[in-house]
Design a protein around this ligand. Structure first.
Ligand SMILES: Cc1cc2nc3c(=O)[nH]c(=O)nc-3n(C[C@H](O)[C@H](O)[C@H](O)COP(=O)(O)OP(=O)(O)OC[C@H]3O[C@@H](n4cnc5c(N)ncnc54)[C@H](O)[C@@H]3O)c2cc1C
Length: 399
């Protein structure tokens, strides 16, 4: 077993690194308020920051880097998943804007189980960075068990008519299309009566209302569908197969782990500890601090190993399912541990929120402390990930 990149992979890593160092503002990572592993506090920022993000994403699209591992005929680069992982790691290390639901979840899913028409309709627009999507899965009465969704899509001529409500819809207000599941056979089996659709946010009958999260930000929404008419060709794949497609899409979602973000934020804190004195002694001499930092360092290395492993599996044509659940469990646990340890290290100053001139790291830690819980819920709770590992990985019975 050799844990090294090939020459080609190493060269690609250096190319991405150079690009990020040149194209991003020098203080971008330092100013990032996105806690590693968390996604309750997205990189929202002010108008200037949003513009830099948009322009930067366009540059990535122009290089074909939003879709590195996609086949060339669909606007991709045809690179390996390992190179995709190398790119993802570097992007997250520099805290750069470079991923989205459309490129990371919808696109790969359409390539996997979409019809040829679906591929032609959506893949080029996703690859060029033209459109962004939000995930319309959860409902007030369906979260962990999505086979219980009540939103319906009823066939009417050349269209489906959608009625129902979605909730916890991250970034729906800033996206162009919903990647939505709805029940297409009200009398069918729970797992064989759901279909996947792409729905234009501008369609009459859609109402998006903000939900403010624990950090006081507008990242979630609740979205209402009142007789929303969607062309039949916006159904992805086959009718009533949506639940099975969703399982694959969720595996892709759980692979979206910015391992590089853990490392870069950790390095900043390590640097702080090395330079700081408390009560006349270097902070780094405190035995408790040393032990906790060592533990976090080990967790980061373990996350990296799982991360590279999932990329290798994808290159072998396997879909990492148990592995993506394990990766999610590991990194969301790490996200929480890191937030706890950094709050302890910073002491009372760690309570100061962004905006305070005395806040270390501009208040990243308390923001992370609030956000890290959300990661253990979104994309399937930790309990559900343990169930998946027990069932699919260990072969234990369902109940
Ligand atoms: C930050 C964040 C972003 C999100 N973004 C989106 C989004 O963009 N789109 C979207 O559709 N949804 C989104 N969600 C919703 C998320 O997917 C659901 O909250 C999650 O799947 C849990 O569903 P629930 O809230 O209905 O909880 P429930 O399913 O009601 O679960 C409640 C509790 O019971 C436990 N539980 C449930 N079933 C089992 C079981 N079988 N075994 C053991 N324990 C169980 C759960 O672990 C949990 O602790 C987001 C959530 C968060 C926190």
């Amino acid at each position: 077993m050799e844990f090294t990149f090939t020459q080609q992979e190493e060269a690609f890593r250096e190319e991405v690194d150079r690009f990020l160092k040149t194209e991003l503002p020098a203080d971008w990572a330092e100013n990032s308020m996105h806690w590693p592993g968390g996604y309750g506090t997205m990189e929202l920022g002010d108008e200037e920051k949003k513009k830099i993000s948009r322009d930067f994403k366009q540059k990535l699209a122009a290089k074909g880097w939003l879709t590195i591992a996609w086949p060339k005929e669909y606007g991709g680069h045809g690179h390996s998943y390992m190179e995709q992982a190398i790119y993802d790691e570097r992007i997250s290390y520099y805290r750069a804007p470079g991923w989205g639901i459309a490129t990371s979840i919808a696109g790969p899913s359409i390539l996997h189980f979409g019809t040829e028409r679906n591929k032609q309709d959506w893949v080029p627009r996703i690859a060029s960075g033209e459109i962004e999507m939000w995930l319309g899965y959860s409902e007030p009465n369906a979260g962990s068990d999505l086979s219980g969704i009540q939103t319906t899509a009823t066939e009417d001529g050349g269209e489906y008519v959608i009625n129902g409500q979605k909730t916890w819809s991250t970034m729906a207000h800033m996206s162009d299309y919903a990647w939505l599941i709805a029940r297409t056979d009200p009398t069918g089996h729970r797992h064989k009566s759901v279909s996947l659709f792409v729905v234009d946010n501008q369609t009459p009958g859609i109402t998006i209302r903000p939900l403010i999260n624990i950090a006081g930000e507008h990242s979630f929404n609740e979205v209402f569908f009142d007789n929303v008419r969607v062309p039949k060709e916006n159904m992805i794949g086959q009718k009533n197969m949506g639940f099975y497609y969703l399982m694959t899409a969720l595996d892709f979602e759980r692979l979206l782990v910015g391992v590089g973000g853990f490392r870069s934020v950790f390095e900043r804190f390590l640097d702080h500890i090395k330079k700081t004195e408390r009560d006349g002694a270097p902070l780094g001499k405190d035995p408790l601090m040393r032990r906790k930092m060592a533990e976090i360092a080990i967790e980061i290395e373990t996350a990296y190993l799982f991360f590279w492993r999932t990329a290798e599996m994808l290159d072998k044509g396997q879909i990492p399912s148990v592995e993506s659940s394990a990766l999610k469990l590991l990194t969301t646990g790490l996200s929480r541990n890191m937030a706890n340890v950094f709050m302890e290290i910073l002491g009372p100053h760690g309570l100061l929120m962004p905006g305070s001139k005395w806040a270390p790291f501009n208040g990243l830690s308390p923001r992370g402390y609030l956000d890290c819980i959300s990661a253990t819920i979104g994309a399937g709770t930790s309990e559900i990930q343990r169930n998946i590992i027990a069932l699919r990985g260990l072969g234990l019975p369902a109940k």
